[in-house]
Design a protein around this ligand. Sequence first.
Ligand code: GRF
Length: 206
Amino acid sequence: MTSAGATSPRPLVILISGTGSNMQAIVRAAQQRRWRERYRAEVAAVISNRPDAKGLAWAAEQGVPTAVVDHQAYPSREAFDEALAQAIARFDPHGRGLVILAGFMRILTPGFVQHHEGRIVNIHPSLLPAFPGLHTHRRAIEAGCRFAGATVHLVTAELDHGPILEQAVVPILPGDTPETLAARVLTQEHLIYPRAIERWLRDAGA
Ligand code: GRF
């Protein structure tokens, strides 16, 4: 981070691949909880690896800048991540902000994670360290778990394993399907993700 950047605002750059319901919850929280006044932080951009991601249109309607870095246009993960890092740097030139993975369905390379170390967060739809990876709700139901949930964590080179910032617990009800459980967990995700980001901003200072 440059000395000139030490006092610059903290840009929040949100990465999505689909609907972006978590992104929407974060944008709303930033406005309603006055993150700009309180933490000099604002949602600087929403970036997607999929040009058809529904969340892009919603973000644009809110006046949030959007960008697409299409992973299918790059020959390798490293080349895609390099382009993604450059896109993020356009919105956070001093590297003081937070990269927020919100339903972003790409595994990032260790080099990308290291470049943004300590300032990338992700939300995962399980009570980590249980059920890293995909199909978390189906696996929790099949395992006979009584509870499921979601976890906000710092991103490290090991997938779905970084330090936990926030969790929410959701009971698994008789007759639950992965879809009915996912819907209840998603409601909690929209509460814990803004809360975790606000704590990160408070700890990081203005
Ligand atoms: C969420 O359950 C999130 O935990 C997972 O992807 C799902 C979709 O999120 N990573 P969104 O609606 O695109 O934010």
